[in-house]
Ligand binder design. Sequence first.
Ligand SMILES: Cc1cc2nc3c(=O)[nH]c(=O)nc-3n(C[C@H](O)[C@H](O)[C@H](O)COP(=O)(O)OP(=O)(O)OC[C@H]3O[C@@H](n4cnc5c(N)ncnc54)[C@H](O)[C@@H]3O)c2cc1C
Length: 631
Amino acid sequence: MKGRPTTQVSIQLGDTALGLNTRICRRDFLNAALLASGNALLSSIAPDQLLAQQPSWGGYTGVGDYADANGNTEDVMLGGHAVRDGFFRTLPSTAADTGEVYDLVIVGGGISGLAAALFFKDQANPKHTCLVLENHSIFGGEARRNEFIVDGQRLMAPQGSNWFAIPSSVEQFYERIGVKWWEFKYQEWGGPLPAMTLSRSSYHHARQLPSPANFGFYFGAAFGQRPGLWLIDPWNHLERAPLSSKLRSDFAKFLTAYNQAPIYKSEAELRPLDTISAEDALIDNCGVSREFIRLFVAPHEAAARGLGPDALSGAWYVRMVGRRGDIERHSFPGGNTGFTRHLVKTLITDAIPGPHTLEAVCRNPVNFGALDRPGNHLRIRLQSTAIGIEHEREPGKSDFVRVSYARDGKIYELKARSVIMAGGGWITKHVVRDLPSTHRDAYDQFHYSAHLVANVALRNWRFLHKLGLSGGRWFEGFGYWTEVRTTATFGSDSKTIGPDSPTVLTLVVPLFYPGLPTAEQGAKGRRELISTSFREYERRIREQFVDMFSSAGFDPRAEIAGIILNRWGHAYMNPQPGFMFGKDGKPAPGDVLRKAPFGRIVFAHTDLSGTMGHQTAIQEAERAVTQVLKV
Ligand SMILES: Cc1cc2nc3c(=O)[nH]c(=O)nc-3n(C[C@H](O)[C@H](O)[C@H](O)COP(=O)(O)OP(=O)(O)OC[C@H]3O[C@@H](n4cnc5c(N)ncnc54)[C@H](O)[C@@H]3O)c2cc1C
């Protein structure tokens, strides 16, 4: 076996038995919505071509502020691809001049763009104006959430960005936006069944080594197990795993390496590691096999860096092993959505009505009308895709940058004294039309891979509890792990959780293909993500659950209350060898973009760091604003 087995799950059921024909909150979405929505400009321009390419993504998108903003929506994806393909450059100039002039325009309303807006508000002249352009129907970027109503209870789950740790390098920032992390309390165990230790995020037990006793590993047909086998508390019972003795010994070696003190390496030690893959570094340093890495380590690394260690720089291997010391993990009910909501509340007080408390900011609906109010110094314009950014004159001499964006089927133009590009490198290099070759070459060294995050709402999770589990990992079929979370009480209808409670299981599914070149893995993942219909993914999820849980009475028709898919085409930047210190005599690509603003245009977004996370999104924003204030 080389890496992950590709065998299909062993149980094959018809559509009806799988519950594919049961009415749940899912297939009620009409593709017609695409044509009526924000970036539908494209539909009026190239309908035949675009609709011919359009996959059948339709599916339930949830309730609340984030309904219809699940992952990268079809219209946002089509808009981005039209920018990439130079479509808007070929249009006759029909842009309507809004007459607006801003001191700063920020492209991208994720954590980085919103944090930049706040640093600017705090540090610039109070009269200075700022506009954030965001292409989705709500701010947040990868830090957004899904919401379900299940049997009367409102449930939230992250679409992507999920947890944060204390201590944190950006704790002061949390305080600035009013996140009182010390007030977080989580649902306590409820009901008569024996209590289990629950995770606070969708990752924790899956990543924690060893995981708690109520976590399991599942081995199915690919491991000769028919019916499949749940190995409960696997780290203490590895001898019972249906694995070769070599793989079992690799598991034990990896656990030992992981439990060592963190490996802090100096630059002198990291430089040679940046010339090899993380997979080779792991083999050299931990003595584990490539097969083990691809089976076990790769899914987690891919969940945090997009691809497996085969495609990443060896300099990142130090972050794959070594316990992190004492950290306190937290997650808002909808993941890091909590940061973006607090940011927006801090920027525009009435954008989320009510007091600046964890509960009100989490639960009260966004007042969309307050976001882009004429006369405000800070405005957030949604469903607006920046399609062209260019200095008015020669970059070094220009006083203004021209900004064009598409919204509601029209193109608009305005002027900015400075621009921060916080939308991500995959699109920035196509939007900034006069980008010099130095910066373009740097961005060409940024590779991105795709992720699917599926949130599956359940009426109860008695079947898991019956197996002695609150979650587990598996190594074949669809997905990699899932776990029941205990939710922060300020966002949950019920202050307790037990197997009878409704819950949302999150399946984080990075699309990676060990052995293929880095860029090819990303492209292949995006093809898979774009071309797979909602129904097909739903079928795979149901089959996987039936295979793993039917022995404990799981019935997909009864238990599954809703499914939302979040498709992220460029979920993670994949730092390949050479990314940290540069290659072939060239500087590190991130440094080129961070250290050298281009005229009046400055670059932010978490991807520049190579370590995508909310902290780096905030840090890149702070650095970018410092540069803007010097322009
Ligand atoms: C599945 C997943 C799980 C994650 N889990 C965690 C986690 O647990 N903890 C953590 O710290 N981090 C996590 N992250 C990392 C995440 O990237 C960061 O936390 C953070 O959300 C990044 O913020 P950002 O603003 O830099 O980028 P983004 O979130 O990508 O925001 C950029 C925004 O700009 C918009 N945009 C792009 N181009 C344009 C354009 N031309 N015009 C207008 N708007 C545009 C985008 O649509 C997007 O809304 C996760 C990421 C993913 C994908």
